[in-house]
Unconditional design. Structure first.
Length: 144
């Protein structure tokens, strides 16, 4: 048995582009950026970004083009596919995720929609600490 499955969650790097194939099927293309944070050998934190080309067909292509835009977050499930073509005597390759499922992220997660005033988004203050009772706990009262 073989398995070809890709799952990514990230932000769109550009607005989706929808086209129609000669058969009449709609196809939408966009790119997602995913971030990764790791420690290098010196112990310093480093940030890395990967870019993924996404292709969506059919009804999902229409809704993706309609509701997604640059900066929006999206979760994509699909399969990896590599296409090749020749241009000016040189071979070109493109690896992309052909989406089976596109799930839109929360509204306002991208750069296009500002956070509502008074919401917890954009508030860097930590939540208040819970209040604990003042009484002492006797370790002998713990049942284990």
């Amino acid at each position: 048995m073989y398995l070809n499955k890709a799952m990514v969650f990230g932000n769109l790097t550009r607005d989706p582009e929808m086209k129609a194939l000669p058969s009449g099927t709609n196809v939408t293309e966009f790119s997602l950026a995913t971030n990764r944070r790791y420690k290098d050998r010196d112990g310093n934190w480093q940030d890395a970004v990967d870019y993924h080309n996404i292709v969506v067909f059919g009804r999902q292509a229409e809704t993706s083009a309609q509701y997604l835009n640059k900066g929006s977050s999206a979760y994509v499930e699909g399969r990896l596919q590599t296409r090749s073509w020749e241009k000016d005597g040189q071979k070109h390759y493109r690896t992309e995720i052909v989406a089976d499922r596109v799930q839109f992220g929360p509204k306002g997660s991208g750069s296009s929609a500002p956070a509502a005033e008074g919401s917890s988004q954009g508030n860097d203050a930590p939540p208040p600490a819970p209040e604990y009772p003042e009484e002492e706990i006797n370790p002998e009262d713990i049942p284990f």
